[in-house]
Design a protein around this ligand. Structure first.
Ligand SMILES: Nc1nc2c(ncn2[C@@H]2O[C@H](COP(=O)(O)OP(=O)(O)OP(=O)(O)O)[C@@H](O)[C@H]2O)c(=O)[nH]1
Ligand SMILES: [Mg+2]
Length: 202
């Protein structure tokens, strides 16, 4: 169903003209300095700890990743490249967080990546077994105007626990794409790539 989410995407899409300058590292300034390449579109993976962000990151990117401390912190952020629908992307794996209203240093870094680096696409990785607990952050991400795709990962464990989820219904209620995945087996990755590509081509 192409274009199913076009309207909401257009509503969510905001000015992305504020790119991060290429210069970086500890200048004692408050600017959102990063190691990122300002010329590339960007996809960020966010979500609670242990939801499969890093396995999904590996599925979506090539072999070469760089790990660096987020400027001014001891928090490590992993970045790599991927291509969606032929469009090259920087892909960022963020530290696990429980809320966009951050408390820990890890959460502040994840929040800073979301709000300062202005990713073109945000994947929220969700543990499908604990959907209800994850939705608070989903609402926060939607409210922040971020271009969101909700990824219900660990579907194998949810199914083993007898949980069934109406992905389509959830997607309609939230107004954002929802994809079910098993990152460790690769299940759902094609559909996830397709949803990302739909954002790119809109
Ligand atoms: N059964 C199953 N295990 C998974 C799946 N996705 C990830 N895992 C496992 O869950 C654990 C956590 O995966 P990670 O990718 O490290 O999770 P993360 O979100 O990056 O975790 P943090 O970086 O700590 O926030 C690992 O042992 C993975 O192998 C899945 O879909 N099904
Ligand atoms: Mg991780």
């Amino acid at each position: 169903m192409p274009g199913r989410f076009s309207r909401i995407r257009n509503r969510l899409r905001r000015g992305r003209e504020h790119r991060i300058p290429p210069g970086h590292h500890h200048g004692g300034t408050q600017a959102p300095l990063t190691d990122s390449d300002p010329g590339l579109k960007k996809l960020a993976l966010v979500g609670n700890p242990n939801t499969g962000k890093s396995v999904t990151f590996n599925n979506l990117t090539g072999s070469y990743a760089t790990v660096s401390n987020y400027p001014g912190t001891t928090v490590e952020v992993t970045r790599s490249r991927g291509a969606f629908d032929g469009v090259p992307f920087e892909v960022v794996d963020t530290p696990g967080m429980y809320s966009l209203y951050s408390i820990t240093e890890e959460e502040r870094v994840a929040r800073s990546i979301l709000l300062n680096e202005k990713p073109d696409i945000v994947l929220q990785l969700v543990d499908a077994k604990n959907l209800e607990r994850m939705l608070l952050m989903t609402f926060q991400l939607i409210e922040a105007g971020l271009p969101l795709v909700v990824v219900l990962n660990l579907m194998d464990e949810a199914e083993a626990a007898g949980i069934t989820i109406d992905l389509e219904g959830l997607s309609e209620r939230l107004g954002v794409p929802v994809v079910g995945t098993v990152a460790t087996s690769g299940r759902g990755m094609d559909e996830l790539r397709k949803e990302i590509a739909d954002y790119v081509s809109d």
